[in-house]
Design a protein around this ligand. Structure first.
Ligand code: HEC
Length: 148
């Protein structure tokens, strides 16, 4: 009996849950789990180390931002792609003006924000975890941000 319950909880529930997303990027956004399993973080606030949360928990289900998860009260910003392109597009021009070539353009800068916490010329607050994400998953989550 216990085996059946375990099977239901650890296998069926995650399976059904993961099927309810229409793309890998959407699943990452809501659950911090990709088609290859749970995504880990390289660095993050203690509250994140205890229980990984999807992007939506801090950045809102619509990506417009607004949720503070921990005592810092730091709210996740608007990460809809159209907003990020405006912000990081300006920074890209600035970098290129200085002679830095950024291959991959604005998406490369967005990926660095997600994995390294590199903001526009400053380190993002540690309330934003540094994600250990594969390039494929990064591409997928960025694709999803485009739909918001
Ligand atoms: C525990 C809360 C939390 C989670 C979960 C989280 N973020 Fe963040 N994120 C933040 C906060 C807070 C900031 C703002 C940090 C700052 O401005 O210093 C941020 C900033 C960012 C930025 C930079 C935006 C800008 O305006 O410069 C990007 C991009 C981003 N997050 C993407 C993501 C993605 C993609 C995920 C999911 C894989 C995610 N975040 C998960 C809290 C979170």
């Amino acid at each position: 009996m216990q085996g059946v319950i375990r099977f239901a909880v650890f296998v069926l529930v995650p399976l059904i849950y993961s099927c309810s997303f229409s793309s890998n990027g959407e699943r990452i956004f809501f659950t911090a789990t990709s088609k290859n399993g749970l995504i880990t973080i390289k660095q993050g606030a203690p509250v994140m180390k205890m229980a990984l949360k999807g992007c939506a928990n801090c950045h809102g289900r619509d990506g417009k931002g607004g949720h503070a998860l921990d005592a810092t009260g730091m709210k996740g910003s608007d990460i809809r792609y159209k907003t990020l392109v405006l912000k990081y597009g300006g920074y890209l021009s600035y970098m290129e003006g200085k002679g830095d070539k950024i291959s991959g353009g604005v998406d490369t800068l967005i990926k660095r924000a997600i994995t390294e916490g590199e903001g526009q010329g400053y380190k993002l607050n540690i309330a934003m975890p540094r994600w250990a994400m594969s390039d494929e998953d990064l591409g997928d989550v960025i694709e999803y941000l485009k739909t918001l």
